[in-house]
Ligand binder design. Structure first.
Ligand SMILES: C[S@@+](CC[C@H](N)C(=O)[O-])C[C@H]1O[C@@H](n2cnc3c(N)ncnc32)[C@H](O)[C@@H]1O
Length: 132
């Protein structure tokens, strides 16, 4: 399982985000087909909803679908500074914000309540001590 250091280096330094993660949806054609064909059928009972937390949005492959389905507040938390910078540039609005976390905690959202906490294709990169 990749370590904390691997995640910091890979997603913040070495990974080429040119396609913004679309490359991971190529088996479906693109992220839109994957969202509507595979993810939304499993999530539709929970969406739209008031407040959404996305853990590890990366460059926002799923953020762009979650935002229009968030009535109140959307928050994205990612370990990678470059992901947060990108998401802040592309997706920040009056009801959305993005924070860099320390990779182990969700301090920025402690005490807040969310109707949906979403993460996909990300926690597979986290070791058990991070998940704990
Ligand atoms: C393969 S990318 C997936 C990004 C996005 N979820 C997607 O599906 O396109 C993995 C993401 O997980 C983030 N990540 C890895 N470990 C993390 C942790 N402990 N806390 C928060 N984000 C983490 C990375 O920075 C990266 O953005």
């Amino acid at each position: 399982m990749p370590t904390y250091d691997w995640n910091i280096k890979t997603w913040g330094e070495t990974y080429n985000w040119r396609q913004e993660g679309e490359e991971w949806s190529s088996a479906w054609g693109n992220s839109e087909t994957q969202w509507f064909g595979t993810l939304l059928p499993r999530l539709h009972r929970f969406l739209p909803c008031e407040n959404v937390l996305e853990i590890a949005p990366g460059f926002g492959r799923w953020t762009k679908f979650l935002l229009p389905l968030t009535i109140g507040r959307y928050v994205g938390v990612d370990i990678s500074e470059s992901c947060i910078v990108h998401c802040n540039e592309k997706y920040k609005s009056d009801n959305s914000s993005f924070f860099q976390n320390d990779g182990f905690s969700l301090k920025q959202v402690w005490g807040q309540k969310y109707d949906l906490i979403f993460s996909f294709d990300s926690l597979v990169h986290a070791e058990i001590n991070i998940l704990n």
